[in-house]
Design a protein around this ligand. Structure first.
Ligand SMILES: NC(=O)C1=CN([C@@H]2O[C@H](COP(=O)(O)OP(=O)(O)OC[C@H]3O[C@@H](n4cnc5c(N)ncnc54)[C@H](O)[C@@H]3O)[C@@H](O)[C@H]2O)C=CC1
Ligand SMILES: O=C(O)C(=O)[C@H](O)COP(=O)(O)O
Length: 383
């Protein structure tokens, strides 16, 4: 059996031996029709475009798996027509994205204080990430509303029209990228809708670059009443608009979902699906326990405490610094693209807060509630 896999998918070390496969690891952008023509299975990330041309050039292909939540890079209809099994990893990196969003809020001015003082988060897209973010905000005691016109409003708590969602203190985008009518998400934030954001709004996009019209956003950020913006995803990746980056509070290289926990979970999900599709026994891969947290109980205000907790695991300012330095050092558009990809390939092993343990003996009841809302496990047995 021949398996072609993106070299940026961790946790595949035991695969070749355990299923007696010939495993070829390649950079995702180099996986083309030529590389997959004799493959039985293909394991990719979002940078490999699996279109009809690639699919039809691989007569032996029986399984395609992407270690991502999004699957807008794959022609799923063609896979179905050819009877090729498909899997993605929905929800695998949802916690990672939520922690990115919370960190972006916590690191931007007093937005976290404003939210705890009665402000509101507007969520666009109520899928895996949107739903979990809503639950997390409920736990923290932060108000939120959501727009997802593809879903029955009756099934969504806090459903609201897009204009209302865009009037929130923080607007965070979690839609898939789709051009499907009647509710395409491509350029959902355009000149008209960006005008709904006020100068006191923080806009965060960790979905797909093209959900926001990047040129329109650049214009909006030049206005006197400009909102603040944080982008993890860009139109024309891997070559972000560096003039837009200069206008952002934070920018990062499409790493919101890149926690180590999320990546390993995605791999486990794919291997289980591949094993079922190809009738093989998947290799056993373990999850890795994260080091315990060390959070002082000294912060009596909710915002200060949550900020301290988040910064134990992740600081978006660090990814912002890395991206700005890399873009500054690169001269041509091509070298900026290589630098962007390189930041992603060599990304550090970032651990999630969720699932981490903390000694909560000195925490008060409010601190216990906040910690638990973030998925952290209190170890004194009283949590
Ligand atoms: N930056 C990163 O590292 C990551 C980015 N993503 C992106 O985030 C997206 C969301 O992730 P999940 O929640 O797991 O996906 P999901 O597929 O579970 O949910 C997507 C939601 O978007 C909704 N939607 C579609 N068009 C919409 C529109 N016009 N307005 C409002 N909602 C709309 C859908 O109805 C669905 O509920 C993924 O599709 C992926 O593109 C996901 C993980 C990591
Ligand atoms: O899961 C998704 O969807 C994502 O956007 C991934 O986190 C992005 O990772 P790559 O596949 O682009 O490395």
């Amino acid at each position: 059996m021949r398996i072609v896999a993106d070299e940026n998918i961790p946790g595949l070390e035991g695969l070749a031996a355990s299923v007696s496969a010939d495993l070829r690891r390649l950079p995702g952008r180099s996986i083309t029709a030529t590389e997959v023509h004799n493959a039985d299975a293909l394991l990719i990330r979002s940078v490999t475009r699996v279109d009809a041309g690639l699919i039809d050039s691989a007569p032996r292909l029986r399984f395609v798996g992407t270690a991502t939540s999004g699957h807008d890079h794959i022609d799923r209809q063609r896979l179905m027509d050819r009877g090729i099994a498909f899997a993605h990893a929905p929800g695998s990196n949802a916690r990672s994205v939520i922690e990115y969003v919370l960190a972006a809020i916590a690191e931007t001015d007093d937005f976290l204080e404003r939210l705890f003082a009665g402000g509101r988060v507007g969520i666009v897209g109520y899928g895996n990430i949107g739903q979990r973010l809503g639950r997390c905000l409920d736990g923290l005691g932060i108000d939120w509303s959501v727009s997802d016109p593809w879903k029955e409003p009756a099934g969504i708590p806090n459903a609201a029209p897009l204009a209302h969602v865009l009037s929130a203190d923080v607007v965070t985008l979690h839609t898939e990228l789709t051009e499907a009518m009647p509710f395409p998400s491509c350029h959902l934030l355009n000149r008209r809708t960006l005008a709904c954001l006020s100068s006191r709004t923080l806009l965060i996009n960790a979905s797909r670059g093209a959900v926001v019209d990047n040129i329109a956003l650049r214009g909006r950020l030049d206005a006197v009443d400009a909102p603040l913006a944080v982008l993890d995803v860009w139109e024309n990746e891997p070559m972000p608009d560096t003039d837009l980056l200069a206008r952002l509070r934070f920018g990062s290289a499409h790493i919101a979902g890149y926690s180590w926990d999320g990546k390993l979970l995605a791999t486990r999900m794919l291997l289980a699906e591949m094993a079922a599709a190809l009738s093989i026994t998947p290799p056993v891969s373990q999850s890795e326990a994260a080091p315990a947290l060390d959070v002082a109980a000294g912060h009596t205000d909710s915002a200060g405490f949550v900020r301290a907790l988040l910064s134990q695991r992740y600081r978006v300012a660090e990814d912002d610094r890395l991206l700005r330095e890399a873009m500054h050092a690169a001269q041509s558009a091509e070298s900026k693209g290589r630098a962007f990809d390189s930041l992603r390939r060599s990304y550090r092993q970032r651990r999630e807060l969720a699932g981490s343990a903390v000694d909560g003996r000195r925490f008060n009841n409010n601190q216990r509630r906040l910690v638990t809302s973030l998925g952290v496990i209190i170890e004194d047995g009283a949590g």
